[in-house]
Design a protein around this ligand. Structure first.
Ligand code: GDP
Length: 453
């Protein structure tokens, strides 16, 4: 028996339609207390999954909306339980009054993600699919949405299930060998076990390798703008953002902390990080900024080195170049092209050098093309990409356990030692599929959802 939960699923803002959702045993009876069907039937008698016109009443019985209700009997609903949805006019006042009436009729407020949590607990969704639901809701680009939609459709689960099943087979065979040593169960086929483990470890490795792309898909490309003070880093960030995100002054070293801004450059979503100027300094506060700049550049997916093309390169520029020129995906931007060009592309040890002007926007479309070539369009976005840090961590642990098991087999360790590693791998994979996930972790996963989902 589950109690009846209620929430607005569409958000409390003015819109054409607002949906109040109700789920749990007895939700039709609760709906009947606040909703009168125009066809004279009660909700209990209503046709399944059909739009039913009627009147929603507030706590005093006054009609607050003429709206549509849909009754879906479990288990063929999102949560797997009996569910009623009221499709109201999207007025926050109507939705609040409707919700209040439902609470008074016996429903209780749903907690964050409780509808999806029930779907998971009732076996309607696997954990990877449930987690993908929130990624889909939060997706900020079409590519991120497409990947999440693929995972809601079971893509990740389908990759992991055969691996998990293979490990289960291995475990049961090991147990049989250990528990019934006198029985003539297939002999201990070392080569078969090794090749099963090796093949599956390889599949997990390939999955882990997609996480770099997945992180970018989810968070955008982390792009650090580096360069000595006053070369136009903040101006460049402002030009890319399309508005004055950062205060620009003529005093060197004014951007003391890092500033982040998410922008679309061409087809790529960039998380631009404007760092304090990388330079040697005695100033303590600025020195902290300098350290952070170096770190940001090291952690970035893309480094944009900026210099002032109206002046010759200085030692300070060279020091920054030394930090970043060899980093993967480092692009040099010779800024202030409106003031002449004292620096030539051949002066800079970067594969890609572009003349830009933060003031006029010149060169930025060329930068967009280069960035798109590096990052856009080479991700499949069908759900096969791992985007979630928790899942990455668990699969990495499963992979390491499988490698240890493989090593154990090769070293001729006893089956029980190898079995421990395989069981560890299964445990870690179960954290992703939901088979062995701890309740506190599940709770934390669903807390990321909004109320009403
Ligand atoms: P940062 O210290 O590297 O972040 O540099 P700022 O963005 O604060 O810019 C320093 C100075 O250079 C400011 O006075 C800007 O107006 C100026 N500046 C930045 N970009 C350009 C440009 O493309 N052309 C010209 N003429 N001035 C620029």
């Amino acid at each position: 028996m589950s109690d009846v939960i209620a929430a607005v699923s569409t958000g409390m803002c003015v819109s054409a339609i607002g949906i109040i959702r109700l789920s749990g045993d007895g939700c039709a009876a609760i709906a009947d207390k606040v909703f009168t069907l125009n066809n004279g039937l009660s909700m209990e008698q209503a046709t399944n999954r059909k739009q039913l016109l009627g009147q929603l009443r507030d706590k005093s019985g006054r009609v607050i909306d003429q709206c549509v209700a849909v009754y879906t009997r479990g288990p063929h609903s999102y949560t797997g339980e009996d569910t009623v949805e009221f499709h109201c006019h999207g007025s926050p006042a109507v939705l609040a009054a409707g919700l209040d009436a439902l609470y008074r009729a016996g429903a209780r407020p749903a907690t964050r993600g409780e509808f999806t949590k029930r779907a998971f607990l009732n076996g309607q969704l696997g954990l990877t699919e449930a987690e993908a639901v929130i990624d889909l809701i939060e997706a900020e680009t079409a590519d991120a949405a497409a990947n999440a939609a693929g995972q809601v459709g079971g893509r990740l689960q389908n990759t992991l299930t055969p691996i998990y099943n293979d490990l289960t087979d291995l475990c049961s065979h090991f147990h049989a060998v250990l528990d019934y040593p006198d029985e003539d169960i297939d002999d201990f086929r070392l080569e078969d076990y090794s090749s099963t483990l090796r093949g599956n470890a390889k599949a997990l490795y390939a999955l882990l390798q997609t996480y770099g792309q997945g992180r970018i898909l989810r968070n955008g490309v982390a792009a650090a703008i580096v360069g000595k003070p006053n070369v136009g880093k903040s101006s460049l960030l402002n030009a890319l953002a399309g508005y004055d995100r950062v205060i620009v002054t003529e005093v060197p070293g004014t951007t003391r902390d890092t500033v982040e801004e998410v922008v679309m450059l061409g087809k790529t979503r960039l998380r631009l990080i404007d760092t304090a100027g990388i330079r040697d300094t005695q100033d303590r506060i600025e020195a902290m900024g300098v350290e952070r700049s170096k770190k940001e550049a090291e952690n970035a997916d893309l480094v944009l080195f900026v210099c002032d093309g109206s002046e010759a390169l200085t030692q300070e520029d060279q020091d920054v170049i030394a930090v970043c020129a060899d980093m993967p995906n480092a692009i040099a931007l010779i800024n202030k092209s409106d003031l002449g060009a004292k620096i030539l592309p051949s002066d800079l040890p970067f594969t890609t050098v572009i003349h830009v002007c933060a003031k006029t926007g010149e060169g930025l479309s060329q930068l967009a093309d280069v960035v798109d070539e590096l990052f856009a369009g080479n991700t499949p976005c069908d759900g096969s990409i791992l985007t979630n840090a928790r899942q990455f961590d668990a699969i990495a642990r499963a992979y390491e356990s499988m490698l240890r098991g493989l090593q154990g087999l090769q070293l001729g360790l006893t089956p029980d030692a190898v079995l421990t590693d395989i069981e560890c791998a299964m445990e870690a994979m179960g954290e992703v599929t939901g088979a062995t996930v701890r309740e506190d972790i599940t709770a934390r996963i669903f807390e990321r959802f909004c109320v009403g989902k």
